[in-house]
Design a protein around this ligand. Structure first.
Ligand SMILES: *Cc1c(COP(=O)(O)O)cnc(C)c1O
Length: 496
């Protein structure tokens, strides 16, 4: 018997392995007193390089001890109350139990004969999310969706579907293959200043021209519908075509939500595909109190939702939803060995992937335990925390609030006494880097209106005022120390 391969014969080994791994996670949770270790990347690189991959350790216990030193002791703890950096969420325990089921059984959501019940569960959830979106559609049109690995893949497939939809309709010069090439080079994607980088990547992968993505100047952080209206008219005037408008329900960096209803109406008037990237803001679909922030999302033709952000699921879990599910035909290729045209609906017909993880089970288990309200309330609480931090920062003389939190992102700058705006800007990166190197608090840095600022992304509904105060104290202390250093350097420069 091979005790390393899972079967009914190796059940004891399986249980022992999971228990040992769970114990390591427990050690990690207890031992992670700071969001990251202070080990330098160079130190970690040499440790990793030193492992001799040609000499196996032979037992799981030994491998766990090794991986503890290489990984767990240094892993950045997204769950930690002083990790307030990127869009990484703490995860639900039911989802982790689901992961164990799905990966142990190793179901591939692919074809009807490989994962019947998994296909059914995923489809129920896809229909559930589509219902939450409340797509504005005629009766004959049925929405549909598919799970993906993340917002980037959802955006890619959404924009791919938009491209095919556009090219399948008569264009300025007809629909013959030669025209298709000519039209491809003149297809545009119109979006706002804060679109996710995956939109530009998608445009490249879709064979669009290097200048295909038109970035509209915003009205503050949001897309301005009047500007969009004019842009769509001028694209048409130039003889070009718009594959899609990409609106954001929560920009990655600021959490800003575009005016979706007005944008949707502009797109309808111009007969243009609207893709709403709700990778960040998608959790508002289940918010008991803030669903109205997504007002108008139902006017979209396609929507990206990331469950591994504001639905508190472990990576990876995302979905692309189409208002008209028949659009998935553009992703379908038949093969005799996989999905013969036998009338069955195969999951692979809708996906860019073939073998695909049963990530839907994480959402299913979380939903069945917590309910939609339970998930939404966690996001609501995180947004409340962000707003509270915003008010605190606004009231502190040595901190400057850069934006009122739109979702759960707080943008601010340290401004120690006596610092002018230029000095305050110059402090942002060094403060972030110093905190990161030390490992005590992890915050992000970005640029708003051309000026650097610090960013806190709040996805922990339980973050206490004390935790926040500790992070802000770390920021202040680093800023004061670094400002003092800058001043001494300047004085030394003047005297030499
Ligand atoms: C995070 C994010 C993405 C990318 O999602 P991944 O899951 O990281 O691939 C796309 N769009 C927005 C607005 C995001 O915040």
């Amino acid at each position: 018997m091979n005790e390393h391969l899972l079967s009914h014969r190796s059940r004891k080994d399986h249980a022992a392995a999971l228990a040992a791994a769970t114990a390591e996670v427990g050690r990690y949770l207890d031992g992670r007193t700071t969001p990251r270790s202070s080990a330098s990347p160079a130190h970690l690189a040499s440790q990793t390089a030193a492992v001799d991959l040609s000499t196996p350790l032979g037992t799981l216990d030994k491998a766990l001890v090794e991986v503890r030193a290489l990984y767990l002791d240094h892993a950045v703890g997204y769950h930690h109350p002083r990790y307030l950096s990127h869009l990484n969420c703490p995860v639900t325990i039911p989802a982790l139990a689901a992961e164990t089921l799905a990966t142990s059984v190793n179901t591939a959501v692919e074809t009807w004969d490989q994962g019947t019940s998994a296909c059914l569960i995923e489809q129920r959830l896809v229909d559930w999310v589509a219902d939450l979106i409340e797509f504005d559609r005629p009766d004959r049109v049925t929405p549909d969706g598919v799970f993906t690995t993340g917002g980037s893949q959802s955006n890619l497939q959404g924009l791919f579907t938009a491209r095919e939809d556009r090219l399948s309709r008569p264009g300025p010069w007809g629909t013959t293959p030669a025209d298709r090439c000519a039209r491809l080079s003149r297809l545009r994607i119109v979006t706002g200043e804060h679109a996710h980088l995956s939109v530009v990547k998608a445009a490249r992968l879709l064979g669009l021209a290097p200048d295909a993505v038109i970035v509209l100047p915003g009205d503050g952080d949001r897309m301005d519908p009047a500007t969009l209206d004019r842009a769509l008219a001028s694209v048409a005037d130039a003889g070009d075509e718009v594959a899609a408008v990409v609106a954001l329900a929560g920009t990655t960096d600021h959490g800003a939500i575009d005016p979706l209803r007005e944008i949707g109406l502009v797109c309808r008037r111009h007969d243009v595909w609207l893709h709403v990237d709700a990778a960040y803001g998608g959790g508002l679909l289940v918010s008991p109190t803030r669903r109205d922030l997504l007002d108008g999302i139902g006017l979209a033709d396609s929507v990206t939702v990331d469950f591994h952000k504001t639905f508190f699921l472990p990576v990876a879990a995302s979905a692309l939803l189409l208002r008209d599910g028949s659009g998935f035909r553009h992703s379908t290729v038949s093969a005799d060995y996989l999905n013969p045209a036998d009338g069955d609906d195969h999951a692979v017909d809708k996906s860019l992937q073939t073998t695909r993880r049963f990530d839907a089970l994480k959402l299913w288990m979380t939903l069945r335990v917590l309910g939609a309200d339970g998930i939404g309330r966690m996001l609501d609480d995180a947004i409340d925390v962000a707003r509270r931090i915003g008010r605190t920062i606004d009231s502190e003389p040595d901190l400057e609030l850069v934006r009122r939190p739109a979702l759960s992102t707080v943008l601010f700058r340290p401004r120690p006494e006596g610092c002018d705006p230029d000095e305050s800007d110059a402090l942002v990166r060094p403060v972030r880097d110093a905190l990161f190197a030390e490992g005590r608090s992890v915050v992000a840095a970005t640029v708003v209106d051309g000026r650097p600022c610090l960013k806190l992304t709040i996805l922990d509904p339980e973050l206490s005022d004390r935790d926040v105060a500790a992070v802000l104290a770390d920021v202040r202390e680093a800023a004061r120390y670094l400002a003092e250093g800058m001043r001494q350097a300047t004085t030394a420069g003047v005297m030499s």
